[in-house]
Design a protein around this ligand. Structure first.
Ligand code: C2E
Ligand code: MG
Ligand code: MG
Length: 720
């Protein structure tokens, strides 16, 4: 045990000694022997100065007295970043991270010497220095107890500092806790997130960061207990910033076990930003951004909820499906910006005209759906539909345009029209499609007849699909006769369906359905290929430069992007020259999308194919458009031919069409010519080509071959 004389300690903190500067002075404070320095004393002082090992002497705190540093060698000052002598007079408390660590060590001193323990010292700049502190008790002659402490920097300290350097750049907040769960050190992100500086956080337990009002009482205690039991803990907690602001945090607690000591690391992230992003994503997945209305997903949820409620309360429920009439035209002609404004306007008006029990949704595109929650009376749902229609009666203003918008609406009712969401929706949509067929702004309630009709259609559609697979289609040909020569100039290819056990089905019975379902695309292609091959065969057999006409429907012209390729490959595959092919399309086909039709027609013309306007006179017959279409032929619809020559209107129309066609440099074909009177009238008017039962109905290829060989005979009815 070392003994030394203690002088004037505690009275003057800044100058605890008797005026001596440094530890190497007179030696009276640590003299092992009074008066003259002995060899041992000199040796001791030299060692004190020269050793690299930090050494301090401080008074043992107790009985309200703080531990004051009496002496600290240069190595100690250097370790903690103080100038020589600057440590003297400091409170030991200021130099350690945790009082508890030191207290534990002092406790050991009573029965161990030296007492050794791990302590985190704090440098002048606030950074931590983990050391092994080896302490020995010194008792002065006045029984003043002091501690000689030798600090051996722990090799792990380096590693820890390196780790902290890495963590300094980490995006997560990191707090390193000592074995008592007190913060030893934190990284900059910790301060960034919590707004507590390292100084403010150091030495505190983590619980000061956790908010019991949101997390529940003793929340952190429970977390800590879990953590201690499991060795790990992670989860979402509400944390508090220095400003008091509460934010969601993802917290990870890990124990880092070392020899003889335990340390913990708390790692956390501020979840507010990702929560906001999550909330936004959640919003986007449920709501339509343009109108702010529930989207298809949320609509289905709401419908299910409304149905549940209606079921529980034994009430009725209405589902209105709305589709904007001709919205595509608005978009195409005025631009999507105007289209968007109209949809927003529609959403606002629909919402404003409905009751609190109703929900407006936008499942997609130009469709809206309204869940009518209060339809106790039988008139309630139709009344809501009328209100919706009235709300749209006023024009919409978009980009200086005044636009009138109407919607077609279909209604289905729970429980009458369906017990589940899927059926109700299907039936409301079916009613809406029926409303669409009736024209703009119509409203239809679902009826079971609609269902039957649709089922019938579905059945035929299925049969058509099978017919394609089983190759049940046939092509018949109807000759077109040139008046000047009386010869067959060409023929129109007309499809037939050879239905087993039913017989030959005319196109009127299946072509419209094939068009609706898109099946006209494969059927039409098959007809085209077949007709091209057959025509080329007749040409090769020496029947002259025949021209074959094939009907093309809207689906094919506008929606089948490769219609030009399809025609080209039919020509190449058959060897038929392009000028021997004519494509017939009706006005309704081209008026569907005038610009698109013109573009497709121009590409076909480029190939050398000629184009005919079929059934001319019964459609839109806009002369303006007629000028723009790259046409070669007008085929006068047979409804005008029927009344010739006695019916004056028909006669006038047909005469007009023929002379107009001549003016526009278009050839004219009259179709449906059945008798000689019609024939003569048309011939007088200068119609150069005719087609009709007077010459021949549509016949099989074999029969057509016979006609081509024998020549066409007029069927006046007198020949038998
Ligand atoms: P369309 O193109 O106007 O064909 C002329 C229709 O009038 C044919 O009816 C023809 O048989 C009939 N017809 C011709 N002359 C007379 C006559 O003197 N009196 C009467 N009463 N009828 C006559 P079909 O073959 O029943 O075809 C009906 C419609 O089906 C065609 O009208 C055409 O629009 C469509 N169609 C036929 N085949 C095809 C095809 O392959 N593709 C497409 N997309 N449509 C086709
Ligand atoms: Mg035709
Ligand atoms: Mg026709």
């Amino acid at each position: 045990m070392l003994f030394f004389e203690e002088k004037g300690l505690g009275a003057d903190k800044t100058s605890p000694g008797n005026g001596a500067t440094g530890h190497g002075g007179s030696g009276d404070r640590f003299s092992l022997a009074p008066a003259e320095p002995s060899l041992g004393e000199s040796l001791y002082e030299t060692l004190w100065d020269l050793t690299d090992t930090p050494v301090m002497v401080y008074t043992l705190a107790g009985e309200g007295r703080p531990g004051l540093v009496l002496e600290a060698n240069q190595a100690a000052c250097a370790l903690l970043g103080f100038a020589p002598d600057e440590l003297k007079g400091k409170h030991v408390k200021e130099l350690v991270n945790s009082d508890l660590q030191l207290a534990g060590l002092h406790e050991k001193l009573s029965h161990e010497s030296p007492a050794v323990g791990e302590v985190t010292l704090l440098a002048k700049d606030g950074t931590a220095r983990l050391v092994e502190l080896r302490c020995r008790l010194l008792v002065s002659r006045r029984s003043q107890r002091s501690v000689l402490a030798v600090a051996v920097p722990r090799p792990q300290d380096e590693a820890l500092r390196m780790a902290m350097a890495v963590l300094d750049g980490a995006l997560e907040a990191v707090a390193v806790l000592d074995q008592d769960g007190l913060i030893q050190t934190v990284n900059p992100t910790f301060s960034f997130i919590t707004a507590f500086s390292g100084e403010e956080a150091r030495g505190r337990g983590l619980e000061f960061l956790y908010d019991s009002s949101r997390n529940g009482p003793d929340c952190f205690k429970r977390i800590w207990a879990d953590f201690v039991a499991q060795g790990r803990w992670s989860g979402e907690v509400w944390s508090r910033r220095k400003s008091g602001e509460i934010y969601p945090q993802w917290l990870n607690l890990t124990a880092v076990r070392e020899v003889g000591s335990a340390r913990y690391v708390a790692l956390f992230q501020d979840l507010s930003e990702s929560k906001r992003a999550e909330a936004r994503l959640h919003y986007l997945s449920q709501y339509d951004v343009l109108t702010g209305l529930p989207n298809r997903t949320l609509f289905k949820d709401r419908l299910e909820q409304a149905l549940d409620k209606a079921r529980r309360q034994g009430k009725r429920l209405g589902l209105l499906c709305l589709d904007v009439d001709n919205f595509k035209t608005v978009n195409e002609s005025l631009g999507h910006g105007v289209g968007d404004k109209i949809l927003q306007g529609l959403a606002t008006r629909l919402e404003s005209c409905l009751g609190p029990a109703d929900t407006v949704c936008r499942p997609g595109g130009d469709e809206f759906a309204i869940i009518l929650g209060d339809v106790s009376g039988s008139e309630d749902a139709p009344a809501a539909a009328r209100r919706a229609q009235q709300a749209l009666a006023e024009p919409f203003l978009a980009d200086g345009n005044e636009l009138y918008v109407s919607v077609s609406m279909g209604l289905s009712l729970y429980p009458a029209d369906g017990a589940d969401a899927g059926t109700l929706l299907k039936n409301a949509e079916m009613a809406m499609y029926r409303a669409k067929e009736q024209g703009r702004g119509s409203f239809r309630m679902f009826t079971t007849n609609m269902n039957k009709r649709v089922n019938r259609r579905l059945k035929v559609e299925n049969l058509l699909r099978k017919a394609i697979e089983r190759k049940e289609f046939r092509v018949h040909y109807q000759p077109k006769v040139e008046m000047a020569s009386g010869l067959v100039a060409g023929m129109e290819a007309l499809v037939r369906w050879q239905r087993p056990e039913v017989g030959l089905v005319p196109p009127a019975e299946f072509v419209p359905l094939a068009e609706e379902s898109g099946l006209i695309v494969p059927i039409g292609e098959w007809v085209l290929v077949k007709a091209c091959h057959q025509a080329q065969k007749w040409r090769a057999e020496g029947h002259g430069d025949l021209k074959v006409s094939v009907n093309i429907s809207a689906r094919q012209l506008l929606w089948q992007h490769d219609v030009v390729m399809m025609v080209e490959s039919a020509l190449v595959g058959s060897g038929l020259p392009s000028e021997a092919l004519e494509l017939e399309m009706t006005e309704s086909v081209v008026m569907h999308n005038v610009e698109g039709a013109i573009a497709a027609m121009l590409r076909l013309k480029e190939m050398g194919v000629s184009l005919a306007m079929d059934d001319f006179g019964i459609g839109y017959s806009s002369l303006n458009y007629l000028k723009r279409f790259p046409l070669d032929v007008l085929k006068i619809d047979r409804s005008f031919i029927r009344g010739l020559p006695g019916e004056p209107n028909d006669a006038a129309i047909v005469s007009g069409i023929i002379s107009m066609a001549h003016d526009l440099d278009l050839a004219v074909v009259a179709e449906g010519v059945e008798n000689l009177e019609q024939y003569r009238f048309l011939q007088r008017k200068g119609c150069r080509e005719m087609q009709g039962h007077l010459f021949s109905p549509a016949v099989s290829a074999a029969e057509m071959t016979r006609i081509l060989t024998m020549g066409v005979r007029l069927r006046t009815g007198e020949e038998t």
